[in-house]
Write a new protein. Sequence first.
Length: 477
Amino acid sequence: MSVFNTSLLVMFVLSLSACGGSGSSPTPPPSNSSSSSSSSSSSSSSSSSSSGIAVVIPEDFPQGTVETLPSLNLFTDDAAPVVSKEDYLRGSYSLVDNELELNQGTMRIRGRGNSTWDWPKKPYKLKFDSSTPLLGMPKSKNWILLANYADKTLMRNDVAFMFSRSLGMEYTTRDRYVEVWMNGEYQGVYQLVEHIRIDNDRVDIHELEVTDTDPESISGGYMFEIDFRLNPEYCLGPAAAWDTNCVEGENIVRQEVLCLDSAYGMDPFCLDEPETLLEPEWSAQRNYIESYFTATEEALFGENFSDPDTGYAAYLDVDSTINYYLINELFKNADGAKASAYLTKKRNGKLFFGPIWDFDLALGNAGYGDLHLSENWHIRDSSWFARLFEDPAFDAKVKARWQELKAEGKFELLFIYMEARANWLQTVQERNFNLWQIFYWQEWYTRVILGSYDLEVEEMIRWQRARYDWMDAQYSN
């Protein structure tokens, strides 16, 4: 039996009075007409905690417990197994909800992920032959299936996405829960999520063309990903023994993408888009973004770094940097500013942090370093953020933003959502874990082994409350 009360408002709001804050409506996540997100009420609900805190529950929050999820049926030609992260297989798909086929078509499929690809429950990259809207999400050819194998709550990524939306991050990938069948074999509960890419309905910045060489057009858009695996020294260490991308002491991926190496201790900023910047005809754009990156670091680590006109603020968008920081620090994200850390640069714009990605080892799930501890700073230990916090004005803005979110009830809403999503998943998680019996599974990078779904969720929420309390004490001083 579930440990979670099914009465949404009574349990959620009254049990969260310790979180602090007062009054306004948070930004809801994108609406979803499918059962894959929630059983939505016709309007938002609100209530107040025992301390007088008003919390508005968005109408598309998960409510109740779902019995079924949409079924995504994947078929590869000749039922060939998906064994590669590089080579696509041809196939087809159908998406069925409540016995009604919503979408079907042809596609290509391959594996994806880094360490996650080595686990038994595989994550996948789907590329449809035609752009298709899925479960209320805008149409696209490109989709991701997150397996969440190391997350025994199945919800850490979903929780982080919801919180990012509530903070008003410029773009947060939309996600829906589905159950996946591969060539007729049940694969479990997955998150169907948007692939992070430049598009009007995703990362909405200009898609740079090779002919964009004038001073205005050459300035954007660019999308970066910080990735420690592409550090020149990565394949000279232990990874050389197991990472197949390490060949003769070098990561072969660096031969395919432009990576900008930090002179001040950050891991490489590698260009996801445009993907072609290493090609000779893109030399103008390559020179531009290399120069901009160098200027950014020189401003950030220069003597007058705090000057609002000539320092880091001339190159970095401060508001997005603060939101990105708070999301990753609050959840103590293992990757944080080291991997799957995205930045974008619009035309005539500054560097923006985001969108967020990859939180399956966050919220107390990681078992290495001090990530299991709910106290201590994590993201601010990276060189860029450490430098930013040397500026009293930046530190003050972070504290002010924290207090603003607290007053708006954003943290209370976070805990409401965690409880609601766990209750919503209560039935379907049983099918997933009947297949993947991992409640006693552990690797060196995971921490929690408690033996049941309910206990895993309780521990995640306990840890996150403790983390919130610790950070609130720092920002209320």
